[in-house]
Write a protein that binds this ligand. Structure first.
Ligand code: ATP
Length: 345
């Protein structure tokens, strides 16, 4: 099911949690809403669900205006971080619940409900545990049951709000892969809220990056990582270093020196230069960035070095080969291989 969010605004007691948000969610895609705390991710999810009503704007499910419809009418499947399962029900009863409480006219026969629930239990790889109660399962297993329960009603849209937020890192990573596989098999249109960028980059078909109640950028993980369209997105997705520079004669300058970086179509004047720490090369040239090593530490296969750049008052980080000595106060000359300029505010 395709979902279109059109010019939605949401105020809580006059406080605007979302400003004029528009988003087209494609049928069958897994889209992640990613942003810092308070950016409006959960509010947008709850509006799609029908748990909140927009102050202005509309939400369409396919061609139908769903703005006034209830959660049940929208046929939504949910998994929340702390959406506890029904404690007094077995796993099988939990998964069957959404179908059992349907009005008689749309309720499948009991045998069919059981068959479907067992099939879902198999899908989430918990076959054999149907008679257990939730407190006899691990956190990761419980979230799998929660997903099976959400899928049981054959939802038009599946909404997941930080479903793995309470689990430890290892289990989180496993469930992430597993969720992607389930999504590829079932093909439900899925909206996933997370503040974990690694999770969003690895799991989603597209990311929707949010900040302060607005959508900053929507695109594939590669697109957003390689072509951030704002300083916020550059700084929020992946690691980044920033320097205040000047654009002059189609070149980038810092502290009265050209850096050997063409400015492309950037306007002359003050600008912000962004690059990724791993995307730099050491050079021997006058037109380059120079800095003195403050600190160096081994991070996996590279050495992460913090430098004080001459001509700038802020430190930047660059990654060097792990066997580079990078002794304190040593001078380094480098250039970013790829970079992006944004006008200074
Ligand atoms: P987090 O990652 O911390 O869950 P979020 O991006 O999901 O954050 P929201 O929960 O959507 O953010 O909140 C967006 C803004 O709206 C916040 O400033 C929050 O305080 C406010 N807000 C959310 N729900 C309500 C409410 N029921 N009443 C008043 N303000 C609210």
């Amino acid at each position: 099911m395709e979902v279109r969010v059109q010019n939605v605004r949401k105020e809580f007691d006059r406080f605007p949690a979302l400003h004029d948000v528009s988003l087209d969610i494609r049928s069958g895609e897994l889209i992640a809403l990613l942003g810092p705390s308070g950016s409006g991710k959960t509010t947008l999810l709850r509006l799609i669900a029908g748990l909140e009503m927009p102050t202005a704007g509309r939400i369409f499910f396919g061609d139908t205006d769903a703005s006034e419809k209830t959660v049940q009418e929208r046929n939504i499947g949910f998994v929340f971080q702390h959406y506890a399962l029904f404690r007094h029900m077995t796993i099988l009863e939990n998964i069957s619940f959404g179908l059992k409480v349907r009005p008689r006219a749309t309720r499948p026969p009991a045998g069919e409900i059981r068959r479907r629930a067992l099939e879902l239990l198999d899908l989430v790889q918990l076959a054999g545990l149907e008679k257990r109660y939730p407190n006899q399962l691990s956190g990761g297993q419980r979230q799998r049951v929660a997903l099976a329960r959400a899928l049981a009603i054959e939802p038009a849209v599946l909404l997941l709000d930080e479903p793995f937020g309470a689990l430890d890192a290892q289990v989180r990573r496993e469930l992430r892969k597993w969720l992607r596989e389930i999504h590829d098999r079932t093909g439900h249109t899925t909206v996933f809220v997370t503040h974990d960028q690694e999770e969003a980059l690895e799991l989603s078909d597209r990311l929707c990056v949010m900040s302060q109640g607005r959508i900053e950028q929507v695109g594939t993980p590669d697109d957003v990582y390689d072509h951030p369209t704002s300083p916020f997105v550059f700084g929020f997705i992946g690691e980044s270093s920033e320097l205040p520079v000047t654009v002059q004669n189609n070149e980038v300058w810092l502290g009265g020196r050209p850096l050997g970086l063409p400015a492309g179509d950037s306007q002359p004047g003050k600008a912000r230069l962004f690059f990724r720490p791993h995307d730099v090369e050491l050079v021997q040239a006058d037109a380059a960035l120079t800095g003195a090593v403050n600190t160096a530490r081994r991070v996996g296969g590279t050495r992460r070095v913090e430098l004080t750049i001459s001509g700038a008052n802020q430190p930047v980080e660059v990654d060097l080969p792990f066997d580079h000595p990078a002794t304190e106060n040593a001078a380094l000359t480098f250039r970013p291989r790829r970079w992006k300029l944004f006008p200074a505010a």
